[in-house]
Design a binder for this molecule. Sequence first.
Ligand SMILES: [Zn+2]
Length: 101
Amino acid sequence: MMKLCPECEGKLSDQASRCPHCGYVPLAHRKTSTPGKWLVALGVAFCVVGAVLFAGSFPVKSWGGHVEPLIPWGGITGFAAIGVGLLNVIIGRSIMWWSKN
Ligand SMILES: [Zn+2]
């Protein structure tokens, strides 16, 4: 079946991956972007950063004998980062699931 290219209005097979006249790529042949995948990756990164911050907030005994966390603000920040990360993973997963169905 032939259709018209929306760019140059030349004849275009609907099996063609691009217009032979102007190079227009039909929607069906465009690589679908996967925002879900990116969100999941971002979420995992947030979780890792959060875990590092969280671990750094635990008091460490220094050579001088006083107990001090490496990252004093790491606890709540790490916790928030993990929360945001998990949220991103969940949203990303649902987007991936929805785009599949
Ligand atoms: Zn064209």
